[in-house]
Design a protein around this ligand. Sequence first.
Ligand SMILES: Cc1cc2nc3c(=O)[nH]c(=O)nc-3n(C[C@H](O)[C@H](O)[C@H](O)COP(=O)(O)O)c2cc1C
Length: 422
Amino acid sequence: MHLPVTSPEAAVSPSGERPTPTTTPLGAGTVETVAADEAVVLDLPPLRLGNLTIDVPVVLAPMAGVTNKAFRRLCREHGGGLYVTEMVTARALVERREKSLQIVHHDADETPRSVQIYGVDAVNVGKAVRMVVEEAIADHIDLNFGCPVPKVTKRGGGSALPWKTDLFQAIVSTAVREADRGDVPVTIKTRMGIDDDHLTYLEAGRIARDAGVAAMTLHGRTLEQHYSGTADWSAIARLREELPDMAILGNGDIWSAEDAVRMVEQTGVDGVVIGRGCQGRPWLFGDLQAAFDGRRDRARPGLRAVAATIYRHAQLLAEQNNDEAQGLREIRKHVAWYFKGYPVGGEMRASLAAVETLDQLEELLSRLDLDQPYPGAAVEGPRGRAGNPKKAALPDRWLEDRLIHDDQRLGLVDAELDVSGG
Ligand SMILES: Cc1cc2nc3c(=O)[nH]c(=O)nc-3n(C[C@H](O)[C@H](O)[C@H](O)COP(=O)(O)O)c2cc1C
């Protein structure tokens, strides 16, 4: 028995029409659409990153453990944009660790190929960028300076790093210099700073622009905020205003195409970057493309389409890992996101969380009342990681001045170990 699945060939057409999925004998996995109340018309030009042109100025935010090849494919099938890998640490990539090489691998039809690198020193980041360029691993490189994980920031890495302007400048300019050899554009992604009293984004933006960075993504939160509260879009507007000569991408709390349009209108950014809003909703990229094309159709999938997508996502994860059991382990967290707001009972959710094979998954999904329609508001709005603010964990005397000291540089070595995400 096979659930309906969307075929890999079902990429969005250049005219922006929704993909037409092929189906298996069980019926259609088509994502239903409705017309939004008002047509939003945005006159935003394609996003230019060096020699790259991204027709739909929408970026899938890098998310460790989420934005792997399988998930990027599902998202790409719904709309245009730039789809960034999970982050890879510079050192692990240079050491050619298997997991890192897997992270930066793209499907043959993925274009442009984008990778995100995280590193804490110019030498390793430079080597990693050189490797990406010389081995033609990607067409675009993003550098991650936004990670808020305490074990990273307490050593001076992640979103603590831009505070040290000399270190930040060295990393960014080395990356750009190495990438320039292959004409590969480099972008950076940061938070606003450490806390409200120690903002770093404007200075980071100026340093990045002067180093030749092609665009900067600003997540409108500080390190201290982690994922709590709401993103401050006014900071994004401020950055846009301060740096008219560099592309700025806005990030934080875009949950719908309408939010994306509001962000562009309120801040003047050149494009938007979407993270948690697409967890369990790869079709959001269809809505985003529609909004940016001035069309009103919005995805409103019923349970059948969601179940079909879960199954297909699991299939892709199994393929990507060349290991069905691993694929099934990885799909579990996505299942919770996919079913957010849908009438799926606790017992079924628990069974799905323990599923070990594709056949079991298919059997469980087919027991659902697949004719349930889109539930509305329960599916929309914030989802994924949230939580409370936490005092920033930083190395001793980190905030005393803006230059990196030798003892702090030594501590940084461990800020690249065991990192997983921003
Ligand atoms: C599970 C998860 C993993 C993440 N991993 C990364 C990462 O690897 N690199 C990065 O720059 N940001 C990472 N982020 C941050 C997101 O890219 C994004 O900046 C953040 O979620 C805010 O955007 P949103 O409100 O659209 O989710 C991660 C976020 C989440 C929720």
